[in-house]
Design a binder for this molecule. Structure first.
Ligand code: AMP
Ligand code: ZN
Length: 113
């Protein structure tokens, strides 16, 4: 999608530090990490947010969740991690291409918000 930051990361016109890539998904390190390991996992297909998950694209979402344990382990996370997807304005979603944050590598705060 034109003018989508993460579609530009997928097509390589904006650089990223990749953690994992295959034909369906890309994982890359967050530019402003909130934990020692902070990776974003995105579908290569443009989906605006978790609010746009439906029966046509849900197989890609389940595929992402199959790969998250592999991505976390390969990134050196050994003692648990948090998966977050900010969805919409009240959740402060800033990039409108569905992404799952993987946060780990240290004890995280016990509050979610
Ligand atoms: P959210 O606020 O949940 O929409 O998350 C968007 C995330 O994208 C933030 O954690 C940003 O730090 C991250 N981000 C923005 N631009 C880039 C970039 N060029 N490369 C890597 N991460 C980015
Ligand atoms: Zn996009």
């Amino acid at each position: 999608m034109k003018n989508c930051l993460f579609c530009k990361i997928i097509d390589g016109s904006i650089p990223s530090k990749k953690a994992y890539e295959d034909e369906k998904i890309l994982a890359f390190y967050d530019i402003n990490p909130q934990a020692p390991v902070h990776i974003l996992v995105i579908p290569k297909e443009h989906i605006g947010s978790a609010d746009e998950i439906d029966e046509k694209n849900s197989a890609t979402i389940s595929y992402i969740f199959e790969k998250i344990p592999v991505i976390a382990k390969n990134a050196g996370i050994t003692n648990g991690y948090r998966i977050i997807s900010n969805c919409g304005d009240d959740a402060c979603q800033s990039v409108h291409h569905l992404h799952f944050h993987i946060l780990g590598g240290a004890q995280l705060a016990d509050k979610m918000a």
